[in-house]
Design a protein around this ligand. Structure first.
Ligand code: OXD
Ligand code: MN
Length: 605
């Protein structure tokens, strides 16, 4: 089969690309992949700056990266993906457990041996004329008990440069792994092949701690550390090893009296996790500080004090660009001013990146994400709706000082949330852990551009893990319930909705920094303060329980609407929740159906 070589081999200067690990299990596996894929050469990455500079220069030469205006955007580059390859592909994402039942009703499953053999067929000779990069990395703070080692083999320079931002990459991984050939590490193999949608598969083999991804160059499909390892494989390992791997941001909130709480929040893709994690409190909240531990993934375990502690396994943020502005997220804007890799944004004639929702007027002319001329009159968007930045977490001006703490940070509250035009109040608190698990298990959100498929229809997305749980979702709920039993000092559980609309389809809540008002109520509840009323769905603040001072443009009527629990809407919602749980089969814990009954009965009282 002939295939255009979209990733021609590079030749490294001597002394570079030679960071060969010494663990024999790694060497044997790399050798197997080499034999299969027949690359022209192997580049063993060390994560150094010299290596980055060399790879950037090669990527520029090959057109994989375009240089942005270096005066105004130092260290920033633009990558354009193949227009057929711009988001995660859930229908081609497979969980290959020995039985279909282990993957469960929410995953696409194929049989492992057969899948390996199909993938090996596709990978045969796939790296001919290409360089095979071996990327060693760790997920989690150095020295943390939860930290995991992974290796990604790839034929994409863009992947290497992105992994350098998103993970702690290089010698640190070889050191952590050591010499023991039995030591746990993740094997990730990625090849662009010819970036054809017909041969695009993202395959997970949880029992083998192995990922094989072919035919894509888009971040979520190919930065194997992130969705593939840190969520799908990690969720499986977490269940086996007694911890939690979750699609959650982690933030710290410090009140003016110096008391600090950490909260973890699960929202589906492209629902504002990065914005929430970097929230800037409004003026009215002078003295309050919000700091970021992570913007997408939390690994959490119980410590001796019976509390849940979280670390962010990642080292950078892979955020949605459109809509990011100094108004919506000034911290993100400052983070992406330098040393950032943009994918699929527009390019101005001055060499700046541009996207819909950026501050200021749109440029009179630009090149769109596909590389075509663009003006404000164009029908197409300048930047793809799922265009992304990859930026080191060190760029974040409000990075939490404890982000490297191997012990993690204690979690006071867990927040679930989604994009819902109706039904869901701005915030409510679950009765207890089990009810909270029910709230998370049945949460729903309107779909976004983060995955291929229709945008804007409500889908149930349990704990925001629907596309990311690496095993049977019923067992996953069971694991959450079991974890609750082991927590003597559990976090409180909340649900939020920033996206409720009025009858005219206008958002009722300003969101962004003003979400601080909700966060404050949550923290008050954790501290044993903060009023609420009992409703059938849980405890909801009255408007006087929220600090709404200096919030122009939100009328008392709007606040009532935001906090309303309407029984007509909830009759439908509860029906939907019940049907959803029922559709997930016999592994769903009976306790969750019992929670459903409890809520339904409270409406009937
Ligand atoms: C992401 C996603 O990229 O959830 O974080 O899709
Ligand atoms: Mn995500």
């Amino acid at each position: 089969m002939s295939m255009e070589n979209i990733a021609p081999a590079i030749s490294a200067p001597s002394g570079m690309g030679e960071n060969k690990p010494t663990n024999h299990a790694v060497l044997n596996w790399v050798h197997e992949v080499e034999t299969l894929t027949s690359p022209q050469n192997i580049f063993w990455c060390d994560g150094s700056e010299a290596e980055r500079d060399f790879l950037v220069s090669e990527a520029l030469r090959q057109g994989v990266l375009l240089k942005l205006n270096q005066q105004r955007n130092p260290g920033c580059y633009l990558h354009r993906s193949n227009p057929n390859d711009v988001a995660r592909v859930e229908q081609f994402t497979l969980i290959c457990t020995p039985t279909k039942e282990e993957a469960g009703p929410t995953n696409h499953w194929t049989e492992p041996a057969e899948t390996y053999s199909k993938l090996h067929e596709m990978l045969k000779g796939a790296m001919r004329g290409r360089t095979m990069f071996v990327v060693p990395y760790i997920m989690g703070p150095p020295g943390a008990p939860l930290t995991k080692v992974g290796f990604e083999i790839t034929d994409s320079i863009y992947v290497v440069l992105s992994m350098r931002i998103m993970t702690r990459m290089g010698a640190i991984a070889n050191e952590r792994l050591g010499q023991d050939p039995e030591a746990e590490f993740n094997r990730g193999v990625h090849s662009l092949l010819d970036v054809s949608p017909d041969r695009r598969w993202i395959c997970h083999f949880p029992q083998d701690n192995t990922i094989i991804s072919v035919g894509s160059g888009y971040g979520g499909n190919v930065l194997l550390s992130k969705k593939c390892l840190a969520l799908r494989i990690a969720s499986y390992l977490a269940k086996k090893q007694g911890w939690l791997a979750e699609h959650m941001l982690i933030l710290g909130v410090e009140s003016p009296d110096g008391k600090k709480h950490y909260v973890a929040a699960a929202f589906p893709s492209a629902c504002g996790k990065t914005n929430f994690a970097m929230l800037i409190p409004p003026k009215h909240f002078a003295g309050w500080k919000v700091t970021t531990i992570g913007d997408d993934i939390a690994w959490m375990e119980i410590r001796d004090d019976g509390r849940l502690y979280a670390v962010n396994p990642e080292n950078g943020y892979f955020g949605v660009v459109p809509g990011t502005s100094y108004r919506s997220n000034a911290n993100a804007m400052r983070a992406i001013e330098h040393d950032t890799l943009f994918t699929n944004v527009a390019l101005t004639t001055a060499g700046d990146p541009w996207w819909e929702g950026k501050d200021g007027p749109p440029p009179n002319e630009a090149i769109d994400w596909r590389g075509n001329p663009w003006t404000p009159a164009s029908k197409e968007k300048g930047a793809h709706p799922n265009s992304r930045f990859a930026t080191p977490m060190r760029n974040n001006p409000v990075l939490d000082p404890e982000v490297e703490d191997p012990a993690g940070v204690p979690i006071s509250a867990i927040i679930f949330g989604g994009r819902r035009s109706d039904t869901m109040p701005l915030v409510f608190q679950a009765e207890d852990w089990t009810h909270g698990v029910y709230v998370g298990a049945t949460m729903a959100s309107e779909t976004t551009a983060a995955a291929i498929g229709a945008v804007g229809h409500v889908r149930r997305d349990p704990m925001a893990m629907l596309p990311f749980c690496g095993y049977n979702i019923g067992e996953y709920f069971r694991h959450w319930l079991e974890t609750g039993k082991r927590l003597t000092n559990p976090p409180l559980i909340f649900h939020v909705n920033w996206f409720r609309k009025n009858g005219e389809g206008k958002f009722l809540w300003p969101g962004f920094g003003e979400n601080m008002r909700v966060l404050r109520w949550i923290i008050d509840r954790c501290a044993g303060r903060g009023g609420a009323v009992e409703t059938p769905i849980g405890e909801v603040p009255r408007s006087e329980d929220l600090d709404l001072e200096e919030l122009p443009g939100v009328s008392p009527e709007q606040v009532r609407e935001l906090l309303a629990v309407k029984s007509e809407e909830w009759a439908m919602e509860l029906q939907g929740q019940k049907e959803f749980l029922a559709s997930l089969g016999s592994k769903v814990p009976k306790e969750l159906m019992a929670e459903h009954e409890k809520v339904a009965n409270r409406f009937n009282r």
